[in-house]
Structure formats: C-alpha cells, structure tokens
Design a binder for this molecule. Sequence first.
Ligand code: FAD
Length: 411
Amino acid sequence: MKLDSAGARSTQTIGRPAPMHCDVAVIGAGPYGLSAGAHFKAKGISARVFGEPMEFWASKMPEGMLLRSPRVASNLSDPDRAFTLEAYEAASKTEPCAPLPLDTFVKYGRWFRQQLGSDLDERMVLRVERDHPGFRLTLRDGEEIRSACVVIATGIGPFKRKPAVFQRLSPKQAIHCYEGRDVGQFAGKRVAVIGAGQSALESAAILHEVNADVEVIARTSHLRWIGRHSWLHHMGPISSLLYSSHDVGPIGISRLVAYPRLVSYVPLKARDKIRTRAVRSAGAPWLIQRLSTVKITTGRSVTEATTFGDEVVLKLDDGTERRVDHVLLGTGYQVDISRYDFLPQELTRDIEQFDGYPKLAGGFRSSVPGLHFVGATAARSFGPLLYFVAGTESASRELVAHVSRSLRKYR
Ligand SMILES: Cc1cc2nc3c(=O)[nH]c(=O)nc-3n(C[C@H](O)[C@H](O)[C@H](O)COP(=O)(O)OP(=O)(O)OC[C@H]3O[C@@H](n4cnc5c(N)ncnc54)[C@H](O)[C@@H]3O)c2cc1C
C-alpha cells in the first residue's frame, strides 16, 4: 500500500488499480470545505477536499458586490487562527477595507487554500455511493475514490428558488441573482428586480450603476435595512452582551445563534422561528444611498409573466403592467438535498430530513453513518449561523472532533 503526499492510500492490484482511499472526502472547496480541510489536516487525518476553490463566490456572485458580513465574521477557520483575513491582507499588502469587496474575499479564500497543499483536488465529484463500510466517490474524469466518511460542503448553488409565475420565461429572460456575475450585459436594458433581500437590492444598485433601467418589485410593504439602530452596536461591553461579533440576527438572538450547538437543543418549532427571524430580508445600510434614485415598488407581487416578442410583460396584483427586457430574481433559495445531483436517490431517501434539510446530530452527522453536512444545509439543525462564513469555526471544530473519534472506532 502506498501513501501519496496527502496521506491518501492507493492499492495496486493485478489489472485495474484499486480506488484511492482517504479517511475523509470533503466535497466543495468554498469557505466550509476549505476550513474543514484545514482542521482535518492539523489533526493529522487523511482528508481530501474536492472542488475548485471559491468557485461559487468567484463565478456566481455579482461583480462589484460587497460582503454584507462584518470583517470579523468573514474569516475562514483554521485551528490556530493563523490564516485570517487580516493575515492575508498583511501577506498580500492589501489595504484593509470595510465592507469587504468580493474580489478581496475570493483572493483571500484562494490564499487560504494553499495551506491544504495536495489535500485539495480541484476535480468535481459526480457521484457519491455507499460502499460498505464507507463510500465510493466518482470524480469528473471517472476516477474513483473510497473514503470512510464524506462531508458535504457544496453550498446553496443548486437551491435557487424560481417562483412558479416566472417558470415560463426563458433562462435568458429570467435570471437568478446567483447565476453569474457579468452585470455589464444589462447596460441600457430594462430590468425588473424581484425581491427585497440583500441579493436583490445589491444587484439593483449594481445594475443601476451600469446604466440599466431598473425597478425593484417587492411583496413586503417596505424595505428593511440592517443596522438601523447602529448606536446599539457602539456601546462597548453592553453591545457585546446584546450582539455577537458575527452580527447574525437581532438583539439577543444574535448572542444565542453564535452557539450552534446550543441552538441544536432548542425545539424545532422555536429553532425555526429563530432562524427565519435572524435571516429575514433586509439590505445593508450602504445600499440606501445607492438606491436613492432607483424606482422601488413595494407591497406588490407579480401575478403573471409572459413574453411578447423580445419583451417580458409582467402583470402586478394592482392591475398595472411592466414591460422589461429581463427579470432578475432575488427570490432566495430553498434547501433541498435531493437537488444535489451527485447524491443518488438511494442515498437521499435514507437521510432523515426536515423538508429538504438533513436532520443532523452532534458532529454534523446525518442519519447515514459517516455522512456529514456543513454550511446552509445544516442551518435547520444548528441555526442560522450556518448560512454564513462565520459558522465555519464552530462547524469545523465540532465536525473534526467527531470524525476523529469515529475514525478511531472504525479502525
Ligand atoms: C449574493 C450572496 C451574498 C452573500 N453574502 C454573504 C456575506 O456577505 N457573508 C456571508 O457570510 N455569507 C454570505 N452569503 C452566503 C454564502 O453563500 C455562504 O456564506 C458561503 O458561501 C458558505 O460557504 P459554503 O462553503 O457552504 O458554500 P459555497 O461558497 O457555495 O461553496 C460550495 C462549493 O462547493 C462546490 N461544489 C458544488 N458541488 C460540487 C461537487 N459535486 N464537487 C465538487 N465541488 C462542488 C461549488 O463549486 C462551491 O464553490 C451570500 C450569499 C449570496 C448568494
């Protein structure tokens, strides 16, 4: 048996080589996968992280976007806290700034990735199957890998929510906010942006700045802005009692959600309330000024969307009509693990779920032994921090401690 530089084992048998083996396969090299990989490596566990580093952020977020999360909540996690955003800025001589630009965050993630060395494998995983006592993964080029545990850290990419009323529009006419970053293509076009959350509002601001003719249409009676009570954040130690530095959720709730393990003990109904309250639609304060001359229609929903020649005709529930070239959907996402195309049905049906979210226990483990989920898919079990980069620290620590114990038993 040979060990490669990442500690993964491969066995050569007569004829076809046996699949390479690692203890843990982490699927996805976004903030959660990269952080988990760094923690596994530090613990001496043979783990491989699969995927192109920061692909979702680099190719799906709108160009020119600023991170909504504060700088301290935008660190990826490594056990010694040596690979922080600040360390990256110092090493790369990047001027620190807030809010953090998307490009800086992507470069930071790619710099962070270097510590994984050959534990990172940029190939996509096409399929995950059970192969008792562990799993078999098939990669994009057909190579197979065996692993004792699998960690799914593949984010929200496939979960885009496209309301039924827009289903008949072509993909070119109705584009989801998470579907590409080239906003320049909309210059001079009429664009209706649907939604009232950060993605919708920030996309509207960016479109307006590239000279698109934009209107935001939102169901809510008024737009909400984060940080309207900013003085509450500037009262020194009192503020620390009210809000955690991650700044996810309102006063009080913010402190609770900073402890995902604690949140997991709250009964589901209350946990759901906390989760939805913490992530309700709102825009970052720096968007107020940027949207000041953009047409905003609130309290209205689109009841019909049809095509007339190259135009999209939208009917609103007040009987009015809009004619636009494109519709940009800032309509969020709906976690549903059956939409991960690398997970076969035989596997997903054995994963206990709450409406598309896996039911997870300590160590982020699902009901299928050895199969773990981190990131947004874990938010129903561990709370809203898991929707954000800020959750990488607690998720990685808990995941790695659990896997390390179970690998000892497995061996
Ligand atoms: C517009 C927008 C703005 C946001 N702003 C913020 C913010 O300011 N702060 C914040 O904390 N969060 C923000 N978020 C939330 C953000 O999505 C998460 O915080 C973050 O991406 C979570 O990291 P992740 O690793 O779980 O997912 P991702 O970053 O999505 O990474 C998952 C990776 O898995 C890869 N992958 C998928 N399938 C496979 C496969 N089969 N094989 C290999 N690789 C695969 C993808 O390429 C992707 O790169 C924002 C989200 C959106 C959409």
